[in-house]
Design a protein around this ligand. Structure first.
Ligand SMILES: Cc1ncc(COP(=O)(O)O)c(C=O)c1O
Length: 473
């Protein structure tokens, strides 16, 4: 069974893949959809090549090699500050934690801090990266469904603002470490609400069959709250957390989730006589990968989420808690493009008639696993020249020894595509480089930030020496 494009836990909502509608002309196919491509991207009129942050992608490939991930710094900074402004309303303050799993590097983490966001980390590695960037521990929140003693010790010694506990074992481990070290960390309980939301759909059920959090339906969440409160000399229970899915376009899933989690806040008040001050509603806001996607307006979504919580709290006689959100994809996803060089072009006759042209590029599943993992869809375009050739149905594939090594399943590209042409894939900022691997011992590509005609390296290209740095020979 295929996984849902939004996440591996959603195997039951498979994503139909088929050829997108054929653009009515080659010229139309070369236009850049403003909502899919980074804010500063445009196609130069004369050369036809794509310019991002004032840098021609052909020059980036000459300077940094191919493939290359190019990140529009102005775009990503605007989204960071835009999310902060949208969610952190003066009337009801909220904190926005950038979800570092989407993409993290030391300089990038600094930008997050400069734009007034906090960071959600989910491993000792992501924590170390944020600290290396000079982000103070108080600005961090730590996730993870199986945090080791080492992870928890790292979180405590960094003084992270919140630890989101995810299992009974973790509560016991954390209680032990807190007593040993004489600290009292602030804790959120991750609650599984029986709500899964993706794109236009959401499913609300009583039971959960996945690894994250404490189930509301089985009573595990209530028990976790009891256990943390029983250790309150060592652990400070600050609030509740939920994350209902990814690539969400509508607020209906949040509505059900908010009703359930605010209900739990009321249960805590009734059973224990405490009103927990913080509610973290996770991340998951969607972005536009292909023209059929319709992501929500950020400010409107923030407003809707605030209203939903306020209404539920009013119904139950609770003070509105401080809110927190954890967007990842929506901040970094649209800012980045991956530029590949075409190596081979192979027309293949299809059993059903017609031809599909396999266009092999110099990267693939090692820099973008999402297509193979989730049948994710992407928009791709010829990036280095103009063409008036007729469009042909193509599949953009990588160079790995795996037939599922597909970058873009079905797309329309000019029929004169040839070795040496550059292709650009849009919206590759989130869960591409951060999920990259060294499959086939291929060095991972660099991430280059571009702005006002200047480029700077965020992560350099790996070398063969990097690959062998851990191979003891
Ligand atoms: C707990 C939690 N918060 C935030 C996120 C970020 O989600 P997104 O990148 O879809 O906004 C995730 C993604 O898996 C998550 O698990």
């Amino acid at each position: 069974m295929r996984a849902h494009p939004a996440g591996p836990r959603h195997g039951d909502v498979s994503h139909p893949v088929g050829a997108p509608p054929q653009p009515h002309s080659t010229e139309a196919s070369l236009e850049l959809d403003r909502q899919i491509w980074p804010q500063t991207a445009f196609r130069a009129a004369e050369s036809g090549s794509i310019v991002l942050g004032g840098c021609d992608v052909r020059d980036l490939v000459t300077q940094y090699g191919s493939p290359v991930l190019a990140m529009d710094e102005a775009d990503v900074r605007a989204r960071m500050s835009g999310y902060r402004e949208a969610f952190d309303d003066p009337a009801s303050p909220a904190h926005v934690y950038y979800a570092g799993k989407a993409f993290l590097s030391t300089r990038f983490a600094r930008w997050v801090g400069e734009e007034g966001l906090r960071i959600d980390v989910c491993s000792a590695g992501e924590l170390a990266c944020a600290l290396r960037a000079g982000i103070c521990g108080e600005q961090l929140l730590m996730h993870g469904n199986n945090k080791s003693m080492d992870d928890l010790e790292a979180a405590l010694s960094a003084g992270v603002g919140y630890i989101v506990v995810d299992s009974f074992e973790e509560i016991a481990r954390l209680g032990f470490l807190a007593e040993r070290d004489g600290v009292r960390p602030r804790v959120l309980i991750r609650v599984t609400l029986g709500v899964e939301a993706h794109t236009h759909e959401f499913i609300a059920t009583a039971h959960e069959d996945q690894k994250f959090g404490f189930s509301l339906a089985t009573g595990d969440a209530a028990e976790a709250i009891r256990r943390v409160l029983a250790l309150q000399d060592r652990l400070e229970l600050a609030g509740l957390h939920s994350h209902i899915g990814s690539q969400i376009f509508v607020s209906s899933g949040f509505e059900v989730a908010a009703a359930r989690i605010v209900g739990l806040l009321a249960d805590v008040r009734d059973e224990h006589g405490v009103e927990l001050p913080l509610l973290n509603l996770g991340g998951g806001l969607g972005i536009k990968y292909v023209s059929a996607d319709e992501p929500p307006d950020v400010a409107q979504m923030a407003e809707v989420l605030r209203e939903i919580v306020a209404r539920q709290c009013a119904n139950l006689g609770l003070a509105i808690p401080e809110l927190a959100f954890e967007p990842g994809r929506a901040i970094v996803g649209p800012s980045t493009i991956t530029v590949y060089t075409v190596g081979t072009v192979k027309p293949i006759a299809l059993d059903a008639g017609g031809v599909r042209t396999y266009v092999s590029v110099d990267g693939g599943m090692s820099d973008n696993i999402r297509t193979a993992l989730y049948d994710a869809e992407y928009t791709v375009t010829l990036a280095s020249r103009v063409s008036t050739a007729e469009l042909t149905l193509c599949r953009v594939v990588g160079k790995h020894c795996e037939s599922g090594d597909i970058v873009v399943n079905d797309c329309w590209l000019p029929g004169d595509l040839t070795a040496g042409d550059l292709l650009a894939v849009a919206a590759t900022g989130a869960y591409n480089r951060s999920m990259a691997s060294n499959y086939n011992l291929i060095p991972r590509p660099p991430v280059i930030a571009v702005r006002d005609g200047e480029s700077q390296v965020l992560i350099r290209r790996e070398t063969l020496n990097d690959l062998f740095a851990t191979d003891v020979g």
